[in-house]
Design a protein around this ligand. Structure first.
Ligand code: DON
Length: 563
């Protein structure tokens, strides 16, 4: 009887425990009446919102948030990297900005190979040779010129003040700054990050960065590409053996591009076009699963995991073959995202057995002539929405820290294909379309995305996470559209990922293992050996009553601020 009593108590505690986690997951995010910024750091979200409160629009807030992230989140926030912005104005106009890095003019196809044609480990990842020509500053000025309403000087000032007053280091930041010390040392002669072992609560001040920002404030865009900052950058990189020249910087231009637009059921999805692969891949995956009514399956059930995995496998195989810089390649976009094409790609899918990735190649399309990041989402009080994903690629990029300028440089060259068939740092394989060529923009997985439903703005979202960006964004679209989740509930849900090669499904550490044996029986390989978090989604949902719900990913220090 006593035994039964104890069993009862244990069962009761387990149920309590389970329902507590469910309650935690269901926690509603910040609700705001009119406007919101959700980003990787409280300081940046607060600065963005302060601009909105002054009467600035989402584009003004974007510029201020972006520059604040350079200071508060040097892990990925940058002026030494690049990114993509997708927008939808209050009257429904859509568009996007590409300020992705480019390969330097002196780049060559085999620059990361040794005399035997083998990839030289780390050469495209660590140090000055890994750096692509940065695009962020050009992007911010282009966005300001087109949509800004407040003077640039007013938008950059909060970041200047933050850099001078300093940023308090969070526990996660202290851990990552200490973790990369050895690599900072390898990539630089010295940096301020080597001064001490960092602890939570320390304050870092960026005086040199404040000076760089002041020069940009006073001299505009050309300061970074032609002025003193350009000289400082080029000297620093070349002293470390890099190949970026003044000409590379002078020639850099941001580009406006048509976004990828498609329907999924009654939703219209607007996402980033190449050189970002996110829009096309999300379109392909959603088109592939559309006929199966995935919402009828339990969320994260075996069937749900199986269907998404098979669609992801096929889409990532196409990504590796067809996608690259559109200014260097003809990309058959409309074919790739059509229902017919994706249905035919799924025709050999069987519920009984996993498809083998070795048996999946890219699809056949006749090409008519004619590849550490941060994401933030903003909706302003006027109804404008923007999704922005920016990156240095790896954590702190190439680890090269331009001492005099006070900023990190990217290692985006690793997103180009160093050798066909050879995986990059995210295990992604590239082909001819993404081979190294001077001035080519490297293929990206970034997926800043806006969703409309019934002609109205529904959701703004995106994520960091290399190759797992696409599948993180995808799962959040499904959480909201198919499972009616709130924004915070959605971003907090555990995630999984498949990218064709390697042929295994990656699950987050706390993903429920209940369906694993069924999936294994069908031939799915499950990788939990190196289990890690997948993506870090910052998103905003427009609620039926017109209010906004923020989803700030609990995997980081991310915060929603609004009013
Ligand atoms: O553009 C890309 O796809 C990569 N450079 C993104 C890197 C990234 O998301 C790293 N973040 N965790």
């Amino acid at each position: 009887m006593k035994k039964l009593y104890y069993l009862f108590i244990i069962a009761f505690l387990l149920v309590q425990c389970k329902s507590q986690t469910t309650q935690e997951i269901k926690k509603t995010g910040l609700i705001a009446d009119k406007a919101m910024v959700v980003s990787a750091r409280q300081e940046a979200s607060t600065i963005g919102v302060s601009i909105l409160k002054k009467g600035g629009n989402a584009f003004d807030a974007m510029i201020a948030t972006d520059l604040a992230l350079v200071v508060a989140y040097p892990f990925a926030g940058n002026i030494g990297g690049g990114g993509f912005t997708v927008y939808r104005t209050k009257d429904g106009k859509i568009g996007s900005f590409d300020y992705r890095e480019k390969a330097p003019l002196a780049a060559t196809r085999d620059m990361y190979l040794d005399e035997n044609g083998d990839v030289i480990p780390n050469k495209s990842i660590l140090g000055a040779m890994a750096v692509g020509v940065p695009g962020t500053v050009a992007g911010l000025f282009m966005i300001h010129q087109k949509f800004g309403t407040l003077p640039f000087a007013e938008l950059i000032q909060p970041a200047i003040d933050l850099a001078r007053n300093g940023v308090v280091v969070s526990k996660k930041q202290a851990r990552s700054m200490n973790h990369y010390r050895k690599l900072f040392k390898e990539a630089n002669k010295r940096t301020i990050f080597l001064d001490k072992e960092w602890e939570e609560g320390d304050t870092v001040k960026y005086f040199k960065l404040a000076e760089t920002f002041e020069r940009i404030r006073d001299n505009g865009r050309d300061e970074f590409y032609k002025g003193k900052t350009a000289d400082i950058l080029v000297d620093y990189v070349q002293n470390l053996g890099g190949i970026i020249t003044k000409e590379d910087l002078e020639k850099y231009e941001a580009i406006e591009r048509d976004p990828i637009v498609f329907n999924y059921k009654n939703a219209r999805i607007i996402s980033m076009a190449p050189p970002a692969s996110g829009g096309i891949c999300i379109a392909q995956i959603l088109k592939s699963i559309e006929p199966y009514n995935i919402g009828n399956f339990e969320h994260n059930s075996a069937e749900y995991i199986q269907l998404l995995t098979e669609a992801e496998r096929r889409s990532y195989a196409d990504r590796a073959y067809f996608l690259g810089d559109p200014d260097f390649n003809d990309i058959p976009i409309s074919n790739l995202i059509s229902s017919e094409y994706n249905n035919s790609r799924m025709s050999n899918f069987s519920w009984k057995k996993a498809t083998n990735s070795e048996d999946v190649s890219h699809g056949n399309i006749f090409v008519v002539e004619s590849d550490q990041t941060t994401h933030y989402s903003i909706i302003d009080q006027f109804g404008n929405a923007i999704a922005v994903t920016n990156t240095l690629n790896g954590a702190f990029g190439s680890k090269v820290f331009v001492e005099e300028g006070g900023f990190f440089l990217n290692n985006e060259m690793d997103d180009l294909s160093a050798k066909p068939g050879e995986p990059n740092m995210f295990g992604l394989i590239g082909a001819e379309a993404n081979a190294i060529e001077p001035e080519k923009r490297m293929l990206s997985s970034m997926t800043p995305t806006i969703v409309e439903q019934n002609g109205k703005l529904k959701m703004v979202l995106g994520s960091p996470g290399g190759s797992t960006i696409i599948t993180s964004v995808l799962q959040n679209i499904l959480n909201v559209i198919e499972y009616d989740m709130g924004m915070q509930e959605s971003v907090s849900k555990t995630r999984f990922h498949h990218q064709w090669l390697p042929d295994d499904i990656k699950f987050e550490p706390n993903f429920d293992t209940i369906h694993f044996s069924e999936l294994r029986k069908k031939g799915y390989k499950i990788d939990q050996s190196n289990s890690r978090i997948l993506g870090k989604v910052d998103a905003i949902l427009v609620l039926p009553n017109g209010k906004l719900e923020g989803g700030a990913d609990p995997r980081g220090d991310d915060r929603a601020v609004g009013f």
